[in-house]
Design a protein around this ligand. Structure first.
Ligand SMILES: *Cc1c(COP(=O)(O)O)cnc(C)c1O
Length: 690
């Protein structure tokens, strides 16, 4: 059936919006008729009638509250995203501190400034708010447990390395002496040069070579506390050697492999077989080596990281407790322990369900901070040792909320409900069979006609293959098949219970909405690891979304689609509720909470490049555009795969000359072609919309 569907697909906006409108009419028809007319009369209702009536029904029955519930925006969006009175998504970038922007108006305003969609909007105020929140939560926990130490967070650069983002992060983090964590040599270069906050930490993680270790140690001479964390057994020797060579007494950390296991996708980040960290026996060996090298007092930090997006607070608590004891033991063995770094893992509630579902978490930021502080406080009290400075490397929790990706829908493909054609003299038996099947559908008889219709359609295709059915006959058979599906679906809507065999009917019949977007570039985790991001229309939310759709992207890859959406708690929906497309009116969707990891992991599949990005800051009277980072041009993406645009253009020019000589193309046409080609090179890789 899906193969059949593929034949119907078309991106041509004109014809698809028309098709959509037709489908809508038939759907509203059905809804109407369900109340007032018997389904048998559906096909006779006039179009203008049904449109008017359905608009009245929408006005009566749909509400913004229903949209809130449907898209669960209050769950995942609070306190930054909500819906305003005109049915647009609003952004409150300062969280609870007031001020908001209409996202739809903002997008229109940016479009007028020639910033085409897809557009990634970064709200700097949200970033600031996240940093403040995290620090406030730790401050509160420290006060609550009378913790005699401090919190000094760091941001893992790998979550979002973009310069404007990191610069803002450093700026907003200054009041809290917020630092940076590097997981590689290039990230170390970013961290060392970007962080100028006095007292902030640079945590140096990841695989290291001698150059990495020496660079980090030398940077300590700049007055920065760059802590080299030994993550592999070999790094112990490296660190000792570098310290001898440079005659620098470094600040060192050690990453432990905890027994407390993470869960879900990153569950293997902990445990004996984890990629990073030292086992307890290895840690003891390292301590002896450091002691011999007279560097034991350099060992000041214990680090662990049990994975990202940890959904369950109990898993985190176990880890904090275990780490607390390792920390006190290291002190007892003579290390000069000062810091405990609990890594990442602080989750984001992507579906707003507050559960242990992978796309959620059953705790809030305050619970997290409380549990870190309480566990470490207990461990140190028990051992009668001074408490450490607490560090977390919270990336996802800081970076996710601040960016919103807005994209437009280019068109849709629908299973159009045609009026059922009458049987005429000479119609093939298979067509008569399908017609009879259609007539046999009643509320109490759905399964059998569905099976029959599917079988007859298969047969029709076989007959066509054998030359017994003409193309118009095959078309008639297919239309009849879809009419059967529509009628069955009509009855299903009125039922409380859907027979199992018919559950995927709705999915088969759903619309496909074409996104002006590449999933591989803008939401790679949606494709690679089935991550769920909240997706919803950013306008028309006072209107009932009458369509159910999967989203297909611009790439030629069948994986380039989104067919998993957040549903009720722990549920994943295959279809998104969307509005019907209107002629000459753009339809915008937003993808939310995608500010962590997506940008850098995005790839150039089909050579769709980086999207346009803007940084928006709230002002007392509206907003200010802090930075515009133009997306890749075709020239740029082509250069990534080693094409010189000059050479390409020259090659085209030569070919037009030859074609002109051969009189295949006129001078005028050749000039037009070259102009188009040249203009494309400097243009955006995505499609231009209205
Ligand atoms: C990825 C990573 C983080 C960030 O984790 P989040 O769950 O995004 O906060 C922190 N520390 C280390 C060592 C990491 O590898």
């Amino acid at each position: 059936m899906m193969a059949e569907r593929a034949m119907d697909m078309k991106i041509d906006t004109d014809s698809t919006t028309q098709a959509t409108t037709e489908a809508v009419i038939s759907k509203t028809d059905r809804r109407e008729s369900h109340r007032t007319v018997s389904p048998e009369k559906v096909e006779t209702a006039t179009q203008s009638n049904t449109i008017k009536r359905s608009a009245a029904v929408e006005a009566e029955e749909w509400s913004i509250e229903k949209s809130e519930e449907l898209y669960r925006i209050n769950g995942w969006g609070d306190p930054y995203f909500s819906i305003n009175a005109v049915g647009h998504v609003t952004v409150s970038p300062k969280g609870l501190r007031g001020g908001s922007l209409d996202l739809c108006d903002l997008v229109n305003g940016l479009k007028q400034r020639n910033l085409e969609l897809p557009l990634l909007i970064r709200f700097s105020d949200i970033l600031e708010d996240r940093i403040e929140r995290l620090n406030a939560c730790f401050a509160k926990a420290i006060a609550r447990y009378n913790y005699p130490g401090i919190y000094r967070g760091v941001f893992p650069v790998k979550c979002n390395q973009q310069r404007h983002f990191v610069q803002n992060l450093v700026k907003f983090g200054q009041p809290y002496q917020f630092g940076l964590e590097a997981g590689s040599k290039p990230e170390l270069l970013i961290a060392l040069a970007s962080l100028d906050t006095k007292g902030a930490l640079v945590i140096c993680n990841g695989y290291k070579d001698q150059e990495y270790v020496e660079t980090a140690m030398l940077a300590q001479k700049l007055g920065q506390t760059a802590i080299v964390v030994m993550e592999q057994v070999e790094e112990v020797e490296q660190v000792i050697e570098a310290s001898k060579k440079l005659r620098i007494k470094p600040v060192l950390g050690i990453r432990a492999k905890l027994c407390a296991k993470g869960m879900g996708r990153w569950g293997t980040s902990a445990g004996d077989r984890a990629k990073f960290g030292l086992t307890i026996p290895e840690i003891l060996t390292a301590i002896e080596k450091l002691r011999k090298a007279d560097l034991l007092d350099s060992l000041q930090l214990l680090h662990f990281h049990i994975g990202s997006q940890i959904s369950s607070i109990s898993v985190l608590k176990d880890a904090f407790r275990e780490a607390g004891h390792i920390y006190t033991e290291l002190s007892r063995l003579g290390a000069n322990m000062q810091y405990l770094d609990v890594g990442g893992g602080l989750g984001v509630d992507y579906d707003g369900s507050k559960t242990t579902f992978a796309a959620s978490k059953n705790y809030n930021m305050q619970n997290y901070a409380n549990d870190v502080v309480a566990a470490i406080n207990d461990a140190c009290n028990q051992a009668s040792l001074p408490v450490p400075t607490l560090i977390s490397e919270s990336g996802r929790a800081i970076a996710s909320h601040q960016s919103v990706l807005v994209f437009d829908i280019l068109g849709s493909s629908d299973v159009v409900e045609d009026t059922v054609e009458a049987i005429v003299e000479g119609d093939h038996l298979i067509i008569r069979n399908l017609h009879e099947t259609y007539a046999s559908i009643t509320r109490d008889n759905l399964q059998e006609p569905f099976n029959d219709a599917a079988q007859f359609k298969e047969e029709a295709i076989s007959l066509f293959g054998l030359g017994y059915l003409s193309l118009p006959e095959r078309a008639k058979a297919e239309r009849l098949f879809w009419s059967c599906c529509h009628r069955i679906q009509y009855h299903l809507h009125a039922m409380d219970f859907v027979p199992e065999e018919l559950t995927n009917l709705e999915q088969v019949m759903a619309s496909i909405y074409y996104m002006n977007l590449s999933v591989f570039q803008s939401a790679p985790d949606s494709w690679a690891i089935d991550q769920l991001f909240p997706i919803m229309p950013i306008h028309r939310l006072n209107e009932e979304p009458t369509q159910r759709a999967t989203l297909a992207d611009l790439t030629c890859d069948s994986d380039g689609k989104i067919d998993r959406f957040i549903g009720a708690a722990r549920e994943v929906k295959p279809l998104l509720e969307v509005h019907t497309l209107k002629d000459n009116e753009p339809y915008y969707l937003g993808m939310f909470l995608n500010g962590a990891y997506q940008e850098i992991m995005g790839n150039l599949h089909n050579l769709f490049g980086d999207t346009n990005t803007v940084h928006i800051r709230l002002t007392p009277t509206g907003y200010e555009i802090e930075h515009v980072v133009k997306g890749d041009t075709m020239k740029e993406v082509l250069s990534y795969v080693q094409y010189s645009s000059d050479d390409l253009l020259e090659s085209m020019r030569k070919r037009t000359e030859i074609a002109m000589e051969e009189k295949k193309i006129t001078l005028e046409e050749s000039q037009m072609l070259l102009q188009h080609y040249e203009r494309c090179l400097t243009g955006y890789t995505y499609l231009s919309s209205m």
